[in-house]
Design a protein around this ligand. Structure first.
Ligand code: HEC
Length: 280
């Protein structure tokens, strides 16, 4: 198809004129803006976009009955803006998790409770090495001051605290114990304990621990408990680790022997040898 044939004679100079005029206008506009400094008020081509009613964030409002300009989000609102604010590297998984944590719909996970309000027996979170390490770190920051690094209630602050600080190794806090549900430990870590006299016996740490952190701390408390119940004859312990442990124990100053020591013999080899290698 021949393109030029669509132009009627005479239309070409008109188009050219228009283009030139347009170009000159653009040039004029940009020349007036680029790099210029002026104390004059800026030229407003669409003043309605510049001069809108505006309210100061902490200011007074005559529109709302309570006189406040700033509004509280309605209950259950999910901040939609969280999506575009995500880092580029952040995958969709993180975004989904964040939205879930705004809704806090999973009572077991967020509150450690079953639908009937009783504490969940087993934590609704999977335990990984990274989680345990996080739990150890958080426990050592927030709990050890009172409960001690080993959880035995001998922390520096704990020994001066107005309430006696219990050891997490007590029978009642073990799985299956009266207060040993994962959900109970979680709720104590997050919201603390009010004593029978109505005074706050233990402060809560929900301001400092995310829900994930709360479960990580619970997992670490379980690890602390398990660390006192280990048996050197556990078949899961590799032989070289077992040997190492025996040597360490032999080298350490001997504590009072406990009835657990070599109660089961030593896997059949030399059952009469004491665990501390006879270091007394
Ligand atoms: C300021 C001192 C202090 C800190 C810090 C502290 N606790 Fe406690 N905790 C206490 C006291 C005191 C009690 C005993 C409360 C009572 O009388 O039942 C207690 C009780 C507990 C109990 C037993 C609750 C029960 O129902 O009997 C657990 C479990 C526990 N704390 C875990 C934690 C964890 C986990 C942290 C860290 C997130 C922590 N504590 C931080 C002082 C503290």
């Amino acid at each position: 198809m021949n393109r030029t044939s669509t132009h009627t004679p005479g239309s070409r100079p008109a188009t050219l004129c228009l283009a030139l005029a347009g170009g000159a206008l653009l040039l004029g506009l940009s020349a007036g803006c680029r790099g210029d400094r002026s104390d004059n008020p800026p030229r407003q081509f669409f003043p309605d976009m510049d001069d809108q009613a505006r309210w100061q964030s902490q200011g007074e409002s005559r529109f709302f009955a309570d006189g406040r300009t700033m509004r509280l989000p309605p209950d259950g609102t999910v901040p939609f803006g969280a999506w575009p604010l995500l880092d580029d590297e952040a995958g969709l998984g993180e975004a989904v998790a964040r939205r879930a944590s705004y809704l806090k719909e999973d009572r077991g996970f967020y509150e450690g409770q079953n639908p009937d309000g009783s504490p969940v027996d087993v934590m609704p979170a999977s335990v990984t090495r990274a989680m345990l390490e996080r739990g150890a770190e958080r426990f050592n920051i927030f709990c050890a001051v009172c409960h001690g690094y080993e959880g035995d209630g001998q922390g520096v602050v704990g020994s001066l605290w107005s309430y006696p600080v219990p050891s997490v190794h007590l029978e009642q806090y073990q799985p299956g114990g009266e207060l040993g549900q994962d959900g109970h430990l979680y709720r104590v870590a997050m919201w603390g304990v009010v004593g029978p006299d109505g005074r706050r016996a233990m402060p809560g740490y929900a301001h400092a621990l995310s829900e994930e952190d709360g479960w990580a701390v619970v997992a670490y408390v379980r690890a602390l408990q398990a660390s006192r119940q280990g048996d050197i004859n556990d078949p899961g312990i590799p032989e070289n680790v077992r040997r190492n442990l025996r040597q360490q124990r032999a080298a350490a100053p001997a504590p009072a022997p406990t009835p657990d020591d070599d109660a089961n013999g030593e896997n059949g080899e030399n059952p009469s040898a004491p665990m501390n290698g006879g270091a007394q």
